[in-house]
Each structure stands twice: as structure tokens, then as C-alpha cells.
Ligand binder design. Structure first.
Ligand SMILES: Nc1nc2c(ncn2[C@@H]2O[C@H](COP(=O)(O)OP(=O)(O)OP(=O)(O)O)[C@@H](O)[C@H]2O)c(=O)[nH]1
Ligand SMILES: [Mg+2]
Length: 326
């Protein structure tokens, strides 16, 4: 495919337009997307230098994007390149925290070390967890040393997406007074670091205290493991960002020394491989058994009551089993 060749060639030149096209192709699972991924990810040296992946999740408006911008600035100051995936963003990145440094968001011509991409849940044809993983791999292969993944909300989607990150930062604000409730709902499990953002607002101390209690209650039940710190920030002014980046650094050290990083990467590789097998098998069987044609021919039988959907489905399955394909 010509498009794939052009994208690969653009990757070699580190052309952000090629990266953007690659992501679109993968996101929409357009023809050739798996060949592209296979080629890009097989390039020498790329798998050995995975990015450091950090997920930021939390309720709408908690300040995730403002924090992300702060982190981008921090990493850029240290000479690291940053790729950002924003899943279902409800508000755009403003570049507010960065304008002082003339690093403009979404302007690769201004700073080629930053790349930001929005992704919609409904746009991810392959399921959000898999698509996020594949896009993160594209960013890695492109050469970004840091990958930040922002997801809004507090629910199953975040739990899925959190799987793509090495470190998950749960961003809470004084307004989310239901924090303890939130933590009970299982999100607690995914947080490696709690950020109490907007700590310039009333109620921050109370919430901070509540989270500390929750964390210390869990501490008793798992000794030796990582103890998620609670970091207070004001993303708009930059207060506490130093503490956050220090906590990220400590968690990185923990991940590397405990073997947890290897375990998480292994899980991701397994998840991705299984997903690729499943979707390939499904596509292959579906096409080989001409399921769409069979349905078009025989759906009336079901409607007329001559057959149940289960019998029709079984007939298709039998055809596959009997090897009557090809
Ligand atoms: N007072 C105060 N306002 C903040 C702070 N951090 C962010 N904000 C403001 O909160 C609003 C939302 O910030 P965003 O960074 O867009 O929040 P978000 O979590 O990315 O929002 P969504 O992506 O829409 O869920 C903006 O107006 C920010 O300026 C903070 O620490 N203190
Ligand atoms: Mg946001």
C-alpha cells in the first residue's frame, strides 16, 4: 500500500504529519493498519526503548490538562520529548501553562518535542484499551521519551485505559467531595499517585485528610508494596508540581526495582497479542463463512419463525467447523 510506505518514510524523517496519519489509520482500523504497526514496531532499537508512560485520570474539570501542560513543560526543560494522548477530552488544551516558554501546544513547528493527540471513545474501533495501547506504541516508536495519557471521568473506561500506563495519577479536587465514595468504587486500585489539585480552594485539607486515611487503611493489608503518596497541587500556578514530578520519579524507581514494570509490560503485550489474534480470527472467519451473505439470505426464516437466531447462528458455526470454508 502506497499510504503505508509514505507513512513509514515520514516516520524515518520524524515528520509529525506522518505520525498523525499513522494514528488516524490505527484509530479507524483502516486497511493496512496492522501491517503499518507491524512494520513500525519491528524497526530496530525501538522496542528496547519504551517510553515512560504516565496516565492522568479523574473527574471532568479536575485540572488534568493543566497538570499535563505542567508536566510537558517539566519534561521539555529536561530535554525529553513528550507525546500526549487525550481520551475523550471535554475541553481543549489551552497552552496556558506553557505560553511563558513559547512552547505552543499542538504546534509541532514551534516545538517538535511535543505532540498532542485527542481520541474519542466512539472513534476507537478496536476498543479503547487496545487502541490506546497501539497509539502509545506509535508514539514510542516515533521516539517520544515520555507518553502522557489523559482520560476524563471515573469509571470502567479509566480502568481500561489505565492499563496502558506505567504510572497512574488520580487527580481529585476539593469539589469532588465524594472522593471517598469514588475510591471505594475500585478506582483506588489503579492510583499509584493521588493528586489533590486546586488545593488553593476550600475543602482541600479535609479531602487530603480523607484520602490519607483511605491510603493508610490499605497500607496495613499490603506490606512492602508501593504506598501511593498524596500530592497537593495548584496546577494553574505550578505549586506542588515539583513534588509531583519527584513522586513520579520515585514510582519509576519502584517499578524498575520491584519487577512491577516488567510485569505491567508483559500484561500489555499479552493483552495486545490476544486482541490482535481475536480480531484477526473474527475477521477471517466472518469473511470465509460469508456471514453477511448468509444472514441476508436467511434472516427471513428467523422473522417468519421457521428458525431461531440460535439455530441460524449454529448453522453458520457448523459450516465453519466442518471446514467447508475457502
Ligand atoms: N483554582 C484552580 N483552578 C484550576 C487549577 N487547576 C486547573 N484549574 C482550572 O480548572 C479548569 C479546568 O482545568 P482543565 O485542566 O481543563 O481540567 P481537565 O481535568 O483537563 O478538564 P476536562 O478535560 O474537561 O475533564 C480550568 O479553568 C483551569 O484553569 C487549580 O489548581 N486551581
Ligand atoms: Mg482536559
Amino acid at each position: 500500500l502506497r499510504e503505508i510506505a509514505a507513512i513509514l518514510e515520514g516516520f524515518e524523517r520524524r515528520d509529525p504529519a506522518a505520525l498523525a496519519r499513522a494514528i488516524s489509520l490505527v484509530e479507524n482500523q483502516r486497511a493496512g493498519f496492522e501491517q503499518l504497526l507491524a512494520r513500525v514496531l519491528a524497526a530496530p532499537g525501538r522496542i528496547e526503548t519504551p517510553a515512560r508512560r504516565t496516565g492522568l485520570t479523574g473527574p471532568p474539570g479536575a485540572g488534568k490538562s493543566t497538570l499535563t501542560e505542567r508536566l510537558i513543560r517539566h519534561f521539555r526543560e529536561r530535554g525529553e520529548s513528550v507525546g500526549v494522548i487525550a481520551v475523550d477530552p471535554t475541553s481543549p488544551f489551552t497552552g496556558g501553562a506553557l505560553l511563558g516558554d513559547r512552547i505552543r501546544m499542538e504546534s509541532p513547528e514551534v516545538d517538535s518535542g511535543v505532540f498532542i493527540r485527542s481520541m474519542a471513545t466512539r472513534g476507537a474501533h478496536g476498543g479503547l484499551a487496545v487502541t490506546t495501547e497501539e497509539v502509545a506504541r506509535l508514539l514510542e516508536a516515533f521516539g517520544f521519551g515520555q507518553v502522557l495519557i489523559e482520560t476524563v471521568g471515573v469509571g470502567q473506561t479509566e480502568l481500561d485505559v489505565a492499563g496502558a500506563a506505567d504510572t497512574t495519577v488520580l487527580v481529585l479536587v476539593p469539589e469532588s467531595g465524594d472522593a471517598v465514595q469514588t475510591l471505594k468504587a475500585g478506582v483506588m486500585e489503579i492510583a499509584d499517585i493521588y493528586v489533590l489539585n486546586k488545593s488553593d480552594r476550600p475543602g482541600a485539607d479535609k479531602l487530603g485528610h480523607e484520602i490519607e486515611i483511605m491510603v493508610s487503611m490499605r497500607r496495613g493489608s499490603r506490606s512492602g508494596a508501593w504506598e501511593p503518596p498524596v500530592v497537593k497541587t495548584v496546577a494553574t500556578t505550578g505549586d506542588g508540581i515539583g513534588e509531583l514530578t519527584a513522586a513520579l520519579e520515585r514510582h519509576r524507581t519502584y517499578l524498575e526495582h520491584s519487577g512491577v514494570l516488567q510485569a505491567r509490560r508483559r500484561q500489555r503485550v499479552e493483552m495486545l497479542t490476544r486482541a490482535v489474534i481475536t480480531r484477526t480470527l473474527k475477521r477471517w472467519v466472518w469473511e470465509a463463512a460469508r456471514v453477511d451473505e448468509v444472514l441476508a439470505e436467511r434472516l427471513d426464516d428467523v422473522l417468519d419463525g421457521r428458525q431461531s437466531p440460535y439455530e441460524l447462528a449454529q448453522a453458520v458455526i457448523e459450516q465453519v467447523k466442518s471446514g467447508a470454508l475457502e
